[in-house]
Write a protein that binds this ligand. Structure first.
Ligand code: FAD
Length: 453
């Protein structure tokens, strides 16, 4: 690209810090503006241990930035879902075929620190306490505010890359110049974070190498391990109805809910009342945009472009994939505008696909993982994956352990779901499956998947 190689990234969260690293390593001059203070000096804002599931797409992006090893050193492996049934029994449902197919629980704060260090080491200039306020796209001038003293800072930019999250100020600014077709669909459910501390002997209180789920139909709890031997528990509840965040308002009401529905989790969370009252209730929803860029002057990525519900554990993974894609289009595009157009054309359909799959997964996690026909279909899915490893890859595995486009995972997933439903209809065990018919149908309906390098 012959254009000036200066870019300004708004937001030094997960995507912003990774993108800064990737671009600075490719020789771009990068300035990053972040609303918060420098977490390397002041500690990560919020202070609580919040974790995320890192999967292959995210790991691949971290490898491209040379940061994967450092991140994995502090990550906790999760082999599968540990389902806690209402009667108190438990079952580990493996995610993949073996320990090469696992996901990793990582601390958001630690990950952000590693990426900020990487960005700085690669030569990006980081500016903290700078909240994007307004943008004059005519003069290519952005105004940032330091909220500690309300001082304003002007910055002349060549192009702005918006990694400023779901509430993106850059998105609002672009929207004043060109309609983005923005639509936010609230989920109608929210979440609250709670904590399981280490046991008295300093060890994990429950199985550490699993993502724990307490599915309860319309609502659920999950817990992810942290490397300091705690678990971050997230309670998901509807906003209305009973129980909901409208009826469970206080620490006492939360205790009553746990006594009734999450009895085996209750003794693990000694500060339940305090956590419930102290921690904010988080909102969930899906953000759809028809357009992600303003000619060659600005583009959005990550949550700023396509925030999603967290039930596939892919928001960050998808945002990281965006970073790799944008960096590569910037390398090969003839102009910034051409790169932004190509990036949006590649990523937007895939973002829509993972947004849809994340919504579907909520129903699966809270209502289906303990259901008999679901369990039979999962058992059959595992067998088919073994019989036809090049053709039948469970949708969860395509999303989580592979890097094929999300759209492909969704399309093949739907063909596979039809096969599973047809093959198990009216049947109670795998002994009753008509294998000759099913093997032939797999070969007929599913082409071999390309090998990923
Ligand atoms: C409960 C929950 C659980 C989740 N679990 C997972 C998971 O397991 N796996 C997964 O892959 N994803 C998960 N996600 C999604 C993931 O958190 C997001 O997709 C990811 O953080 C998006 O990264 P981002 O950099 O686009 O945005 P963010 O991480 O939100 O970063 C945005 C940055 O921009 C800064 N900023 C905001 N406004 C301005 C401004 N005006 N000026 C300058 N800077 C600004 C912010 O301070 C922040 O640093 C989860 C989300 C939730 C809510």
């Amino acid at each position: 690209m012959k254009e000036n190689r200066q870019l300004t990234i708004v937001g030094a969260g997960l995507a912003g810090a990774l993108l800064a690293t990737l671009l600075a390593r490719r020789g771009w001059q990068i300035d990053v503006y972040e609303r918060r203070s420098d977490p390397r000096v002041h500690g990560y804002a919020g202070g609580r241990s919040i974790n995320l599931a890192l999967a292959e797409r995210g790991l691949h992006a971290l490898r491209s930035a040379g940061a994967a090893e450092q991140v994995l050193r502090k990550a906790v492996m999760m082999r599968g879902r540990m389902v806690h049934f209402a009667d108190g029994s438990q079952q580990l449902q493996r995610y993949g075929r073996n320990d090469s197919e696992v996901i990793w629980s990582v601390s958001r704060g630690e990950l952000n620190l590693v990426l900020l260090q990487a960005a700085q080491a690669a030569g990006a200039r980081l500016h903290f306490d700078r909240r994007l306020d307004t943008v004059d796209f005519g003069d290519r001038n952005a105004r940032f505010v330091d909220d500690r003293n309300d001082s304003a800072h002007e910055h002349h930019f060549h192009a702005l890359l918006g990694a400023d999250g779901a509430g993106s100020a850059l998105r609002s600014a672009i929207g004043l110049s060109t309609p983005l077709g923005e639509r936010f669909e609230p989920l109608g459910h929210s979440y609250k974070e709670l904590e399981i501390p280490p046991a008295a002997n300093g060890d994990f209180r429950i199985e550490s190498n699993a993502l724990h789920i307490w599915p309860r139909g319309d609502y659920m709890c999950i817990a992810l391990p942290n490397d300091e031997r705690t678990f971050t528990v997230t309670l998901f509840l509807p906003n209305q109805g009973d129980p909901s965040f409208a009826t469970v308002n206080s620490g006492n009401e939360a205790r009553a809910l746990f006594e009734r529905d999450f009895a085996d989790a209750l003794p693990l969370i000694p500060e339940l009342e305090r956590d419930f009252e102290h921690n904010p209730t988080g909102m969930l929803g899906t953000l759809y945009l028809k357009r992600w860029h303003l000619d060659g002057r600005a583009v959005l990525l990550g949550d700023a472009a396509h925030a999603m519900v967290p039930f596939h554990g892919q928001g960050m993974n998808c945002a990281f994939e965006d970073c790799v894609s944008l960096a590569s289009h910037l390398d090969t595009g003839d102009s910034l505008e051409a790169a932004f157009v190509a990036f949006e054309a590649e990523r937007r359909p895939n973002a829509l696909a993972i947004q849809a799959m994340a919504l579907e997964n909520y129903l699966e996690m809270r209502a289906r993982v303990d259901d008999a026909d679901y369990l039979l279909q999962r058992a059959l899915e595992r067998q088919l994956a073994e019989r036809h490893p090049d053709r039948f890859v469970p949708r969860y595995a395509m999303v989580t352990f592979r890097r094929l486009p999300y759209v492909t995972a969704m399309d093949r997933g739907s063909v596979q779901r039809d096969l599973l439903v047809e093959a198990t209809r009216g049947r109670e065990s795998l002994d009753e499956i008509d294998w000759a018919w099913l093997d032939a149908e797999v070969a007929r309906r599913l082409s071999p998947l390309p090998i990923e390098t």
